[in-house]
Design a binder for this molecule. Structure first.
Ligand SMILES: Nc1ncnc2c1ncn2[C@@H]1O[C@H](COP(=O)(O)OP(=O)(O)OP(=O)(O)O)[C@@H](O)[C@H]1O
Ligand SMILES: [Mg+2]
Length: 253
């Protein structure tokens, strides 16, 4: 494991029964980097995420996250990784602030500390004023913001987002993506983002990996601000990714 790589995946294979879901996958993520995993449905994106988070174990190969085997040393990574999903997975009988506090309380923070951090993080995702609302009183976009605040509040080294912006309308999704990106950069979070939308990847990623089933890297592209500011480069990257994703037309909005 090099000093710089916080995630290393080496020749990993994962099968479910006879089904080969991940085939000799190798990939690295550097500290502070935002890597986007793209691929059409069934490409194995969520399976790769589960392998990196240590919620499932590989059949073959090696994975290291912050120096640990994430499956074998699952508890060592407690509090160092966090995840937000396509659906917000919030607890309906707790308010926004109580949902954000929860992870902090589990990690042993005092009630006062947890409340103060939760309040701070809700403000960072622009939810000040909504702290005491119950989940059913919030819009889908606001719920997703609570979910992001909950993921960030524990100050994890790595944030995983699995299609966190996919269920929102285009405008809500765009503002949330740009808010998240700004926070991720400001706090130098390492992020692994999963999406099937090429535009999201081009907007957010330092690097995008296109997975094709069974999960292996079909294409890797680097994206920097210079590329982002040049419409022709972006259009070219878009075409490369679309063709690596294969025949299925990617959904844009
Ligand atoms: N626990 C499991 N048991 C059996 N098969 C599984 C399991 N998890 C995933 N698979 C299979 O592995 C393949 C990859 O699934 P995965 O959920 O990783 O895809 P994905 O790229 O995240 O797709 P989507 O974009 O639809 O979320 C699929 O064919 C899926 O049916
Ligand atoms: Mg998935």
């Amino acid at each position: 494991m090099t000093e710089e790589n916080i995630i290393e995946v080496r020749e990993v294979t994962k099968t479910f029964g006879n089904y080969l879901a991940v085939d000799h996958l190798s990939m690295d993520v550097k500290r502070g980097e935002i890597v986007v995993l793209l691929g059409r449905t069934g490409a194995g994106k969520s399976t790769v995420l589960n392998l990196i988070m240590g919620t499932t174990c590989p059949n073959k190969g090696e994975i290291k996250v912050a120096g640990f085997d994430p499956y074998a040393s699952f508890k060592s990574l407690k509090g160092r990784l966090s995840v937000s999903f396509q659906t917000d997975r919030l607890l309906p009988w707790r308010t926004a602030i109580e949902n954000v506090e929860l992870g902090l309380l589990i990690l042993g923070k005092s009630k006062a500390q947890a409340k103060a951090s939760a309040r701070e993080w809700l403000a960072r995702v622009r939810l000040d004023g909504a702290e005491d609302k119950y989940i059913h009183e919030l819009s889908g976009g606001m719920r997703q913001r609570v979910s992001l605040a909950r993921a960030l509040a524990i100050d994890p080294e790595i944030v995983f987002l699995d299609e966190s912006f996919s269920q929102l309308d285009h405008v809500t999704s765009k503002t949330l993506r740009s808010d998240f990106l700004q926070i991720a950069k400001e706090f130098r979070k390492t992020c692994v983002l999963i999406t099937h939308r090429i535009d999201d990847a081009l907007e957010m990623g330092d690097r995008a990996l296109v997975l094709s089933p069974p999960a292996r890297v079909a294409l890797e592209v680097r994206i920097d601000d210079r590329a982002r500011s040049d419409p022709r480069t972006i259009a070219d990257l878009h075409d490369q990714i679309a063709s690596a994703m294969g025949a299925e037309r990617p959904t844009e909005h």
